[in-house]
Ligand binder design. Structure first.
Ligand code: ARG
Length: 457
C-alpha cells in the first residue's frame, strides 16, 4: 500500500515488529463502519463519483460478511486491519477500491475505529455493572436485618447489618458507572477527517461522518485528533478504579470464606478443590478477581507510559495503545461476571456473623452513648467508664450484655437497668438511624432508592 518509493520489501523482523493485525483485527467492525461513513460522505460531497461510493460501500458489506463468517486472517504483510480490509476490498471490487482512502489517513482512521470500540466497551461494562448492582441490592434486601460485626483495623468495631455492608459496594459501583459515563460523554467526538495530521484540502463534511457514526460532533483540532488517546486512558482509569473495588469485595469473600471467619460459603459452582488436600474448598474466582485488578491497573500504567513522551502528532508507539485496553477490558468483563455470579450464589452464614458481632464487645459504644443520653455523663467520661466495663467482661470471659446490673453498677452507679437491653446487637444496629446509618429502616430506604435508580421499581 505504501511501496511506491521503496525498492526492497521489509526484513522479516521489521515486518513482525511493525504489524498490528494480530491484535487490531479486533477492530474490524469499527473499521468497516468508519469506512462506510467516510465513503458515503465522499460520494455525497462529490469528491468521488456517487456510483463508485456505492460500489465501495457494497464491497465493504461483502468484506464484513466474510469477516463475520471466517474471521480476519493475520497477514503480517498487510500490517493492520485497515490495510487488510482495503486489500480485501480491492480483491473483491477492483481498482475502484483505491478511491476509499481519499481525504483520509490511517491516523484518523485508527483514532476513529478505536474510539468506536472503546465506546462499545463502555456500554458493555456498564450493563455488567448494572447486573452486579442488582445482585448486590437483592442480597442486601434479603439481609437488611442480619447482624454482623463492622470492622475498623479489621477489629470488631460496632455491629452493622449485612445489608448495609453490601450496599456500600453498591455505592462504589454507582460511582464507577458514573466515571465510565463521564468518559463516554467526553470521548464522543469524531477524529475522522483530521487525515494524517493537518486536515485535508478536499471539501469533506466532518459533521456528516461524525453524525453517521453516532458521535456528538467532530473533534476540533486535527493534530490533537490523531495524537489523542485520552479516551483510552479514561477508559483504563475507570476500569482500574472498578477493578480496585471488585478486588476489595473479592478480598472480603476470601477472608469470609476462611474457616476462622466462616461468614460465607461458596457453592460448588464457584469453588475449586485441591489436588492434595481433600478437605480444601478454595475461593479461586475471588482470588483471581483480586489478582486481575493488578493486571488491569498495570494496563493503565502501560498506556500512560507509552503516551507520556510523545511529540505531536502520531508516532508508531501509539500502535501499542490497543493491547492494554483489550487486555483490561477482557479481564474486567470476566471479573464483573464472576463477581456477579458469586454475589448471587454466596451463602451468608448469618448465625456465625451474629455470634462474631456479639463476641467482640462491639456494643461498647452503645453503653457509652447510653450513659451520655440517660445519665448526662460527658462522652469522654462515659468512654472511660465503658472501658472499665469491657475490662470486667473480658476478665470474666462473658459478653457485655451478660454482666449483671450489680456488677455494672459497681463500676459506675449511673449505669441504669435499661442498659442490658441496649447492649444487644439488634438494639445497637436499630439505634443507628442517622442518615446513611446501618439501622435496618435506613438500609431498606437505601435499597428502595437503589431499585428506583436501577429502574427496577
Ligand atoms: N496500525 C496503526 C496503529 O494502530 C495504524 C496507523 C498507522 N499510521 C501510520 N502512519 N503508519 O497505530
Amino acid at each position: 500500500m505504501w511501496g511506491g518509493r521503496f525498492a526492497e520489501g521489509p526484513a522479516a523482523v521489521m515486518r513482525e515488529i511493525n504489524a498490528s493485525i494480530p491484535f487490531d483485527k479486533r477492530l474490524w467492525r469499527q473499521d468497516i463502519a468508519g469506512s462506510k461513513a467516510h465513503v458515503a460522505m465522499l460520494g455525497a460531497q462529490g469528491i468521488i463519483a456517487q456510483a463508485d461510493a456505492e460500489t465501495i460501500s457494497r464491497g465493504l458489506d461483502g468484506v464484513s460478511t466474510d469477516y463475520a463468517a471466517n474471521g480476519v486472517t493475520d497477514d503480517l504483510a498487510l500490517e493492520d486491519i485497515h490495510m487488510a480490509t482495503e486489500s480485501k476490498l480491492a480483491a473483491a471490487i477492483g481498482p475502484v477500491a483505491g478511491r476509499l482512502h481519499t481525504a483520509r489517513s490511517r491516523n484518523d482512521q485508527v483514532a476513529t475505529d478505536f474510539r468506536l470500540w472503546v465506546r462499545d466497551a463502555i456500554d458493555a461494562v456498564d450493563a455488567g455493572l448494572a447486573a452486579l448492582q442488582q445482585a448486590l441490592v437483592a442480597r442486601a434486601d434479603e439481609h437488611a436485618d442480619s447482624v454482623m460485626p463492622g470492622f475498623t483495623h479489621l477489629q470488631a468495631a460496632q455491629p452493622v447489618t449485612l445489608g448495609h455492608h453490601l450496599m456500600a459496594y453498591y455505592e462504589m459501583i454507582r460511582r464507577d458507572r458514573s466515571r465510565f459515563s463521564d468518559a463516554r460523554a467526553r470521548m464522543n467526538e469524531c477524529p475522522l477527517g483530521a487525515a494524517a495530521l493537518a486536515g485535508t484540502g478536499f471539501s469533506i463534511d466532518r459533521t456528516a461522518t461524525a453524525q453517521a457514526l453516532g458521535f456528538d460532533r467532530p473533534t476540533a483540532n486535527s493534530l490533537d485528533s490523531v495524537s489523542d488517546r485520552d479516551f483510552a486512558i479514561d477508559y483504563l482509569t475507570s476500569a482500574a478504579q472498578t477493578a480496585l473495588h471488585l478486588s476489595r469485595l473479592a478480598e472480603e469473600i476470601v477472608l469470609w470464606a476462611s474457616q476462622p471467619f466462616g461468614f460465607v460459603s461458596l457453592p460448588d459452582q464457584w469453588s475449586t478443590g485441591s489436588s492434595i488436600m481433600p478437605q480444601k474448598r478454595n475461593p479461586d474466582a475471588a482470588e483471581l478477581v483480586r489478582g486481575h485488578s493488578g493486571r488491569i491497573i498495570g494496563c493503565l500504567t502501560s498506556l500512560m507510559i507509552t503516551m507520556k513522551g510523545l511529540p505531536l502528532a502520531y508516532s508508531k508507539d501509539m500502535q501499542d495503545d490497543k493491547p492494554p485496553v483489550f487486555e483490561a477490558h477482557d479481564l474486567l468483563a470476566l471479573s464483573i461476571a464472576a463477581m456477579t455470579g458469586m454475589v448471587e450464589t454466596l451463602t451468608f452464614r448469618t448465625a456465625r456473623m451474629r455470634a462474631a458481632a456479639e463476641a467482640g464487645f462491639a456494643t461498647a459504644t452503645d453503653l457509652a452513648d447510653r450513659l451520655v443520653r440517660v445519665a448526662g455523663v460527658p462522652f469522654r467520661e462515659a468512654h472511660h467508664i465503658t472501658g472499665a466495663v469491657v475490662k470486667a467482661a473480658e476478665a470474666k470471659g462473658v459478653a457485655l450484655s451478660d454482666l449483671t446490673l450489680d456488677e455494672l453498677q459497681a463500676i459506675d452507679p449511673r449505669i441504669d437497668s435499661g442498659v442490658q437491653a441496649a447492649l444487644s446487637v439488634d438494639a445497637s444496629v436499630a439505634a443507628r438511624t442517622s442518615l446513611g446509618g446501618t439501622a435496618p429502616v435506613r438500609v431498606r430506604e437505601a435499597i428502595a432508592a437503589a431499585r428506583t435508580a436501577l429502574g427496577e421499581a
